[in-house]
Design a protein around this ligand. Structure first.
Ligand SMILES: [Zn+2]
Length: 274
């Protein structure tokens, strides 16, 4: 049995509230955190698909309902200290990376007029050589996004993720998670987040999987080496080593090979009851 996040009450009051910061774990006033930084367009108008809406894509009859969000997707999940720290430490490098990929991809792709965008792109490979990026900084901002999605508990039980965000220089142990990059064929207006939960003794517990898809890029957090198990992450690029191989602010040239596929949201590894 599994459920998806994105419960019906999640679009309710969005005013600042006291809560547990997803990064430092302290009880504080929570501030608005954009899942994708504003510098990467994360504050622009989007159509947001929550997890239970995306579940409808599994059915032939139902279409998912996307909610228009005028100022992007943001949640009150981080305290001001962690929000500011993340912004000043990682946002620029992530945004440069994100904008380079999304703008280049969108600019260079011409879809023939007699075929749909989805059908044309599905299964196509894209190779990009990125010069002068800061892999550790970028990967850490991706971890911040996972801490910030609406569903609590996803990263709470992975202290290495939180420590890696708090300490710029720290290179985390990654033996219980992997981070992936994907390309999907959705439109630039498409945006969705999802987390999978497994029912353990009557309590829904997040497993280590979450997906964020924005523009044509997707980010996924899963169990270590989940892509080797033949599930939905099989065509994703494992970028976990960006967290362990590089230092903070270290510059590198990175070659990415990515395959376009339809939304991965519906292909996440479905947990089984234990
Ligand atoms: Zn905090």
């Amino acid at each position: 049995m599994f459920i998806l996040n994105g419960s019906k009450d999640k679009h309710m009051a969005k005013k600042p509230t006291i809560g547990i910061c997803r990064v430092c774990g302290q009880k504080k006033t929570l501030t608005e955190e954009h899942i994708i930084p504003r510098a990467a367009g994360g504050g622009d108008k989007i159509k947001l698909y929550s997890g239970d809406e995306l579940l409808k894509t599994l059915s032939d009859d139902e279409k998912p309902y996307g909610k228009i969000k005028q100022n992007g997707h943001a949640e009150y999940t981080l305290c001001k200290t962690c929000n500011n720290h993340s912004g000043s430490s990682y946002d620029k490098d992530f945004s440069d990376f994100y904008n380079t990929i999304t703008l280049n991809i969108l600019k260079d792709i011409t879809i023939p007029s007699d075929v749909s965008r989805e059908d044309y792109l599905e299964g196509k490979r894209l190779e990009v050589e990125l010069r002068g990026i800061k892999p550790l900084n970028i990967a850490k901002r991706i971890l911040v996004s996972f801490c910030s999605v609406e569903h609590p508990g996803l990263t709470d039980r992975k202290p290495e993720i939180r420590k890696a965000i708090q300490d710029k220089e720290y290179r985390p142990k990654t033996d219980n998670f992997s981070v992936y990059l994907s390309l999907h064929v959705g439109s630039p207006a498409y945006y969705g987040t999802v987390a999978a939960l497994v029912n353990v003794n009557g309590n829904y517990t997040p497993i280590a999987y979450a997906g964020i898809e924005a523009d044509v890029l997707g980010f996924h957090l899963a169990d270590h080496d989940e892509h080797l198990k033949g599930g939905g992450l099989i065509n994703c690029l494992d970028i976990t080593e960006w967290l362990t191989r590089y230092k903070y602010n270290e510059i590198a040239n990175v070659r990415l090979e990515l395959m376009f596929s339809k939304s991965l949201m519906i292909r996440f590894p479905i947990p089984t009851d234990k």
